[in-house]
Design a protein around this ligand. Structure first.
Ligand SMILES: NC(=O)C1=CN([C@@H]2O[C@H](COP(=O)(O)OP(=O)(O)OC[C@H]3O[C@@H](n4cnc5c(N)ncnc54)[C@H](OP(=O)(O)O)[C@@H]3O)[C@@H](O)[C@H]2O)C=CC1
Ligand SMILES: O=C1O[C@H](COP(=O)(O)O)[C@@H](O)[C@H](O)[C@H]1O
Length: 540
């Protein structure tokens, strides 16, 4: 049984999915049969800004064919098919009006509440009618439900889907459900939600989306780590001093204050997006690329993380955050956090992983920075001195630089997820020219330069396609989610109880200076005086 068939036996146990082969699921990508994609919460922000545009891009690239795909929007608002189409139109870019209209014609709207049988019975009728009109082979329908909804309604919506809208056959075709974060607020609530959904769907039918797993350079991490001999022997405590995984945004909560205040930056970004990146950086090599093998390794590394120490956490809240009328005046919710994860295993003991995220900062970026230890037995430290060969004197004249005796800058391998995807290795090289001096430079792979004709797909586009293909590699498994909440729940409860306070910081800055002090204390050595001249490509 897989998510590709047999919808009838929900399961919550790890054993029930461990034996499934990802490749078997991938083989199902060649399945045919009517594909119905249902966006629940179709009138909302996520649906408009991300889900429908992602479906449109798939349509543009020929992955969704008019002859076999139909898209349904479902929400409470009382609007017509055209009403929904017009709401979406403005978010579809980069194509002719005609092409956009062709896509919009695939969309129908069904209105109903999230807990009434009536609404979901009409939805099922609409799906079934369409399947019949498309001469679908009985029982071969593929039904994908995308929950672009607040998690509070997941249980009732899933019950309704289960009762009214399943693919009618238990032999072929499938029903799959994509659920968005937040999956709970702490370990207990996440487990409760998992148990509720687990009663209704088995693990192969549930796709817990984390859009960071759909980003190009996140998907590249396994290839980088395990297909390059260069990295294999270096990726460990013998060589790596510290790792930083950083998310920065240069805008605040922007009208989402009420929502954000219930979660804070750790639940919004660190517990999910940054932790998923952490897993891919820190996990051991999986037995194969099968989704279960990869997810097994992610769970293992999460389970090896030791409890977070309060003195390895810095929280911040930007000035003005509480001006939002939906945010309580006494809110201690962090809009910035920098915290250290430590992995108790042979590879990583002693290496701090600094996970840092913040809103309303001085710039927008997401990156992984792997800093290597100093080169031992440095014979070049006197060469950071300037040494000149002067032709007018018969012997070499050494003119010492004020940095004389200073250590070389450390090697850093930086993977920039966004903006402008790039990876670069900071190296010490001989400064070109007659001087015998060293300087910091880089081996640079900037995607905008190297892959000029390639359009990098949006994360959601890729992940929806994976769901249609039945590939769960880039989705969060139930035990992975549990292990993630186990790491953060004690700290989150202490923050909620006011035991760890958020420090104020000014919008447009780097966040509280204490965060940079924490990085320094963790052994991060900043390279000073490193100047990078961007390639003179206009699009870069
Ligand atoms: N292909 C490309 O696009 C390349 C781009 N570059 C660019 O060159 C510039 C320099 O590169 P690089 O040295 O790697 O990156 P940065 O100088 O941006 O940052 C280096 C590190 O220093 C930290 N840091 C920055 N400012 C401070 C501060 N005031 N106090 C304490 N810590 C600080 C950063 O933390 P934090 O992460 O929190 O900011 C980061 O860990 C960057 O803009 C980079 O994007 C370089 C090479 C190739
Ligand atoms: O999940 C979320 O992510 C966005 C940032 O996503 P990105 O792809 O633009 O990096 C963040 O703004 C939002 O608060 C959070 O809920």
């Amino acid at each position: 049984m897989s998510g590709g068939s047999g919808d009838s036996s929900p399961s919550s146990g790890r054993a029930s999915f461990s034996s499934l082969s990802g490749l078997k699921d991938l083989e199902l990508s060649s399945e045919s049969g009517c594909l119905s994609i249902v966006v629940l919460g179709a009138s909302g922000d996520l649906a408009k800004k991300k889900t429908f545009p992602a479906l449109f891009h798939l349509f543009q690239q020929g992955f969704l064919q008019s002859g076999e795909v139909h898209i349904f929007g479902y929400a409470r608002s009382n609007i017509s098919d055209d009403g929904l189409r017009e709401r979406i139109r403005g978010y579809l870019k980069g194509a002719s009006d005609e092409h956009i209209s062709q896509f919009l014609q695939l969309i129908k709207y069904v209105s109903g509440s999230y807990n009434s049988g009536e609404g979901f019975a009409s939805l099922n009728n609409a799906i079934s009618e369409n399947e019949t009109s498309k001469n679908n082979k009985p029982g071969s329908s593929r039904r994908l439900f995308y929950l672009a909804l607040p998690p509070s309604v997941y249980p009732s919506v899933c019950k309704m889907i289960r009762s009214y809208c399943m693919n009618p056959s238990s032999h072929s075709g499938w029903t799959r459900v994509i659920v968005e974060k937040p999956f709970g607020k702490d370990l207990e609530s996440a487990e409760e939600l998992s148990a509720q959904l687990g009663e209704l769907f088995n693990e192969q039918q549930l796709y817990r989306i984390d859009h960071y797993l759909g980003k190009e350079l996140v998907q590249n991490l396994l290839v980088l780590r395990f297909a390059n001999r260069l990295f294999l022997p270096l990726w460990n405590r013998d060589n790596i001093a510290n790792v930083q995984i950083v998310f920065r945004e240069d805008f605040g909560t922007e009208g989402r204050g009420g929502y954000f205040d219930q979660y804070g930056i750790i639940r919004d970004i660190i517990q999910n997006h940054l932790l998923q990146v952490f897993c891919l950086v820190a996990m051991e090599k999986p037995v194969s690329l099968k989704p279960e093998h990869i997810r097994d390794e992610k769970v293992k590394v999460l389970q090896s993380v030791t409890p977070i120490k309060h003195d390895e956490v810095v929280l911040g809240q930007y000035d003005g955050y509480k001006d939002d009328s939906t945010v309580p005046d006494d809110s201690n919710t962090p809009t910035f956090a920098s915290l250290v994860l430590r992995v108790n295993n042979e590879r990583w003991e002693g290496v701090p992983f600094i996970l840092k995220a913040g809103k309303a900062l001085n710039n927008r970026k997401a990156e992984i920075r792997v800093q290597f230890k100093d080169a031992p037995g440095d014979i070049f430290k006197f060469l950071s001195a300037i040494v000149l060969l002067l032709p007018m004197v018969s012997k070499t004249l050494f003119l010492f630089h004020p940095d004389k005796g200073k250590k070389q800058g450390r090697n850093e391998f930086v993977i920039r997820l966004q903006p402008s995807e790039a990876m670069y290795m900071k190296l010490t090289v001989k400064k070109p020219g007659l001087e015998m001096a060293t300087e910091q430079s880089e081996l640079d792979l900037s995607y905008g330069l190297r892959y000029q004709d390639v359009k990098i797909p949006e994360a959601y586009e890729r992940l929806i396609l994976d769901t249609i293909r039945g590939d769960q590699q880039h989705f969060v498994r139930r035990d992975e989610l549990k292990a993630a909440w186990e790491i953060f729940t004690p700290l989150l409860h202490d923050i909620d109880d006011g035991k760890v306070k958020a420090l104020p910081y000014k919008p447009g800055t780097r966040g509280p200076p204490e965060a940079d002090e924490l990085s320094k204390r963790m052994g991060y050595v900043q390279t000073h005086g490193y100047v990078w001249i961007p390639p003179t490509l206009s699009k870069f």
